[in-house]
Structures are given as C-alpha cells and as structure tokens.
Design a protein around this ligand. Structure first.
Ligand code: ADP
Ligand code: MG
Length: 618
C-alpha cells in the first residue's frame, strides 16, 4: 500500500524550474546527492562515536554509485543515518533549509540568470529532477527495521514499504538521457566536485588489465574501484596540494562555482593542535547582508564533522570566509556553550582571525588588483570590525581603503599618511551618502586650497564606525564636518577676525537661535558663503539619518553650527547695512542645508524670501 502526497507549493515551483528552465550545468545534481550522502555519513559517524546506542553498529562508511545502461538508471547509495517516513516527508516534500530557500528568494524569473544562480546555491536534492523524470529513494534509518520507499515523478510523491539490508539511503534516478549513465563522465564529475569529501565513493569501472604469463593481449575487466581521494584536504601536506585541488575543494564546501580569491591553509602544532583551511570567495555569498546568514565555516574535531552552523567560530566581520577548522583537543560532544567559552576554541578563533587578517594585508601589498576585487566584495563587511573597540581594530584599519579628494581610485590609511603634508596633524575625512555631494562640499574648499588630502567616505557604514575610530597609527582621524579642526587649518589668508563682523554675528545669532547652536566665522571656506558643521560630540547629518533609518525616532534635535565666510562680500555689506539681515540669515541657513542634502523646514517661506530678494535685485 502506498500513501500519496502533494509537494509543498514552493517545492512545486522549484521543481518546475528544475525541469523547464535550468539547462546549463546540470551535472551539479551529482555533487548535491553525494554531498547529502556525505552529510548522512557524518551524522551517523558522530553518533557512533558519542552515543552508546550506536556504538554497536558495525559498518564501514561508504558511498556507492552504480549505473544500469539498459534501464537508464543511476543509483547513489550511502550507509549513513537514513530517514524514517516522517523524515522523508519533511525533507523531500518541503523546503526547510536556507540553501534552497535562499535560492528560491533570489530567483528573478529570467531563466538564463536563474540557471547561473544554481551554481551559487546548494539547491540540494531537488536538483536531481534536472536529469531524471522519476526518482526512487529507499531509506532505512540506523537502529530501525523499517524501510520506506519514496517515489516521485516531480508532480507528487508516494511512500510505501520496502526492503533494504543495510541502514542508509539509496537514491535511483530514471534518467532523461544517457549522458549521465556513462561511467567516464560520472568519474569526471565526482573527481571535480567530490574528490575530498571524507568518505570513499565506489563505482564499477572497466579497467585495462595487462597481459600476464602466456597471454598475448590485455583485456578489459569490470572492477569496483574507489573514485575519489576521500582525504581530508586540510590535513594534507601543503606542498602536496595543487591550487586546482584547493579550488575544487572550495567549490565543494561552498557550492560556489567561481574560484576563490585566496586560500589560507594553516597547521598549528604548538600548545594547541589544529588545522584550518580558509577561503576568501571570488563572489559575494547571497546572504552576506542578511541577519540570518549561514556560517561558512565547518567545525571538525579530530576529523569528525561536528557542525556547520556555528557562527561563533569567526567574528561576524569575517562572515564571508568559507572553510574548515579541525581541532585536536576537544571532546566530540562539544556543545554550543563549550564552543563559546572553551579556552582552546577561543584561542583557535583568535589565531585564525589574526592569520586571515595578516594574509589579507599581504595580498594588499602583493596583488593590488586582486585585493581591490576582494575589497569591493567584502570591504563593507570588514569595516564592521571598526565598530566599538575590538582587538582587531588596528589590523583592520590597515586593510580598509577609501576614496580621496586628491587621487583616483582607493587608498589605504598608510598611503594617506605617506602623502601628508609636513605640518599636517590629522587624517581628515568627510562622510555622507553621496560621493558627488561630498566631493562638492564647501567644507573641502580650504583643504583643496591648502593642498591637503581628504578621504571621501561615502559608504553608510563609514558614518557609523568612523566616529568610533579616533586614530590610525597614532595620528588622530577627524571629520571635517565637525568643529574641532578649526585651529589646524587656519591659514594667514583666511584668518578670522571677529571684530570686523561683530554686528552681523550678534544679529544672526539672535535671528537663528532656535535653529543653530552658534553662528561663527569660518576658516574653511573660500568661495561658498556659508556651511553647516557640527559640534565635536554631536552626530553629523549623515549619522543622524543613519540613526533614523535604524529606527531611532526619539533623537533629540541636534542643532548644527552655521559657519559663514568672513571674506564674502555679503557679510562686509551686511555689517554696515542690516536692512535685510533677517531674510538673508534665513536664506543662508536654508542654502547651507540644501548643500548638505537636508530638507528645509519651511519651503514656502524659503520661496517667499527668495522672490522678495530677486524682485529687489532686478
Ligand atoms: P540540504 O542538504 O541543504 O539540507 P537537500 O535538499 O540537499 O538540502 O536535502 C534535504 C534534506 O534531506 C537533508 O537536509 C537531509 O535531512 C535529507 N537527506 C537528503 N539526502 C539524504 C541522505 N542520503 N541520507 C539522509 N538524509 C538525506
Ligand atoms: Mg544537500
């Protein structure tokens, strides 16, 4: 008796796509099925090492691939954990895991684009329907006698009783065409994607046997042979590993189809013994900026897979890293709490972060082009390390790049420092959301005039982390939209002499007292009339916007300071003729706001005053 089931709607959508739209790179279905088999073996391996009940199981973990050319079927079997009926329904009838979910969420509806997406995601079990019109899954859960057969033609599925000797899962694909019934072809795909899964994959293969004794000719014999290396790549000797192997392993663990930018392979043999193999991806993981991003690092203890779901293995600002951490001296049944508090793990994490950051620093010096590529993908994430006062702040400051008011492209803080003027005391930057607006800001005028470089920080994260970054290599870092840099950029030419404009200042302060903290003479303007700056400890406009965006609506009103250009003829005239000082003060404030990309509070009033002045001017 078979029970009939309908697929969850999302699965139906996914299956439709698999069958009708995705034509390229079909071969990855094998990687997905082998990776599932390997996961199932990992799970059982772990239980047999940690759980009394499973210790009596006597089995050698393996994966078997077999083909039946006449029937056009391909079978992938493992003797792993297996699935019971409920699990078959939950795992092969719905979409639960984020890999497949993420894929679904990123679909564009454009078949071409979507099929290139498939490489970037673990689209899992269902990808087998790209090559098969019917699939049978026979599974027996370890320690259970019940065997179930799941059968589907991609429209609905059935589950019935079945028979099977060993625990584990056997998946048979009824292939659409012969392409994937060819053992040579299969061998190539297995070597490409699954060479370094920790378990042996066996397949029947025709092999040439050389003539022996009095035989004249050799002959072909079918033999059951191991196809993959089945070695933990990260435990092998660096010198024996080719770049190609590193790259293939990356693709296997990351489900990414592009080569990684960098691999970092470390074997520590000191007080704490561990191996790590980290990769910097060559493309952006789809969930990089999602709160529920998946960890890309797998934890092993003495080669036994423990978890791929432990975000605490590396800090969030390195969440783009993919790879493996394998530690010697931990118990196999490490819990989440242990992961967080264990001194060994803490030390491995610290060392790993150091190593990754120092390798990135090396890359920056050695291969700028590649580094820029890395930085374009992950610079924003990396900058999160500058939040607060973490240990890695200094190392990360060495790695960040910024645009500059004087040079093209991106420069490092070290490069900025090297280009500083002899008497320059600080590193200057301006931050906000629009590069264009920043480059044209009146605040830059005196810096340009004095040939002082200013870093243009136009990423949102800059606005958050830079106010928390006070210095680089002992040099203070200062935002030019704040008030405390006045002294440093004062020059003879734009020295400010308050006595010449006392009258104007007093009046303007009174007129604008509800809107600004102060009205001051500026030393930073040469052409513009006026500019808004902020008190040393006040958030600037970009920061205020940021906080608002993050949902902080109860911020106290931050009053800016209005700086006016003492050399501008408007003010010299105003000093002796204050007839219009009311209107002009309002207008100046609104203009300064517009320059900064702010909204003006009373546009009607602004237009009215402007009209009045235009009328007069004519
Ligand atoms: P993912 O591997 O990302 O979880 P898949 O679609 O590849 O997504 O697989 C769905 C689920 O089906 C797996 O999480 C696992 O629980 C189950 N599964 C698939 N293949 C096997 C197998 N060979 N043995 C045991 N469970 C399996
Ligand atoms: Mg899978």
């Amino acid at each position: 008796m078979a029970d009939k089931f309908e697929f969850q709607t999302e699965v139906n959508d996914l299956l439709n796509l698999m069958i009708h739209s995705l034509y390229s790179n079909k071969e990855i279905f094998l990687r997905e099925l082998i990776s599932n088999a390997s996961d199932a073996l990992d799970k059982l391996n772990y239980l047999s090492l940690t759980d009394e009940a499973y210790k009596s199981l006597n089995y050698t973990p393996r994966i078997d691939i077999s083909v039946n050319k006449e029937a056009k079927t391909l079978t992938i079997s493992d003797n792993g954990i297996g699935m019971n009926k409920d699990e078959l329904i939950a795992n092969l009838g719905t979409i639960a895991r984020s890999g497949t979910k993420g894929f679904m969420q990123n679909l564009s509806g454009d078949a071409k684009k979507d099929s290139s997406l498939i490489g970037q995601f673990g689209v899992g079990f269902y990808s087998a329907f790209m090559v098969a019109n019917k699939i049978e899954v026979v599974s027996k859960k370890a320690l259970s006698d019940e065997v179930n057969k799941w059968t589907s033609d991609a429209k609905s599925y059935e589950i019935s009783n079945s028979t099977k000797e060993s625990h584990g899962t056997s998946i048979t694909l009824y292939l659409n065409d012969e392409e994937f019934a060819d053992t040579w072809k299969l061998e190539g795909i297995i070597k490409k994607y699954s060479n370094h899964i920790p378990y042996a994959i066996f397949m029947d293969k025709e092999e040439y046997v050389a003539p022996s004794g009095d035989e004249k000719e050799g002959k072909y014999e079918t033999k059951n042979v191991q196809i993959n290396k089945a070695s933990a790549l990260w435990r092998m000797n660096k010198a024996s590993i080719k770049t190609q192997e590193y790259n293939d392993f990356y693709k296997q663990i990351s489900h990414d189809s592009t080569d990684p930018l960098l691999h970092i392979h470390t074997k520590a043999e000191g007080k704490i013994e561990y191996s790590t193999l980290f990769y910097v991806p060559g493309s952006e993981p789809f969930d990089l900026f999602r709160v529920d991003y998946q960890s890309g690092v797998k934890l092993y203890v003495k080669r036994v897979f423990i978890t791929d779901d432990a975000k605490e293995l590396l800090p969030p600002f390195l969440r783009f890293i993919r790879g493996v951490i394998d530690v010697e001296d931990l118990p196999l049944n490490v819990s989440r709490e242990i992961l967080q508090e264990n001194a060994i793990m803490r030390s491995v994490k610290e060392q790993s972060v150091k190593k990754i950051l120092s390798e990135l620093a090396k890359l920056k010096e050695k291969d700028r082009e590649k580094y820029i590529k890395f930085y374009t993908f992950f610079g924003k994430v990396l900058k999160e390390a500058l939040y607060g006062f973490g240990n890695d702040k200094e190392a990360v400051l060495d790695l960040v790049l910024f645009k500059s008011s004087k040079r093209d492209g991106l420069i490092s803080l070290k490069e900025y420092k090297e280009g500083m003027k002899e008497d320059q005391k600080s590193i200057y930057y301006i931050s906000g959301n629009s590069e264009n607006m920043l480059r044209n800001s009146p605040l830059l005028e005196s810096f340009k005039k004095n040939d002082i470089e200013v870093l243009i920080m136009d990423e949102e994260i800059d606005t958050i982390v830079m106010p928390m970054t006070n210095e680089f290599d002992k040099i203070p870092m200062k935002s030019i939209s704040h008030a405390d840099i006045d002294d440093e950029i004062k020059s003879e030419e734009n020295s400010v002499d308050e006595s010449k404009l006392t009258n104007t200042l007093v009046k303007m302060r009174e007129i604008l007292k509800d809107d600004v903290k102060d009205v001051k003479l500026s030393s930073r303007l040469s052409d513009s009339v006026a500019v808004l700056i902020y008190d040393k400890n006040d958030p600037d406009f970009a920061m205020q916007m940021m906080l608002k965006q993050m949902g902080q609506n109860d911020l106290p009103k931050v009053k800016p300071i209005l700086e006016i250009n003492p050399n501008h003829e408007i003010f010299t005239k105003l000093e002796t003729n204050e007839l219009m000082i009311n209107d002009i003060s309002r207008l100046l404030l609104d203009m300064a706001k517009i320059n900064e990309g702010m909204n003006i509070e009373d546009p009607a009033q602004f237009s009215k005053i402007l009209t009045k002045i235009m009328t007069k001017a004519i």
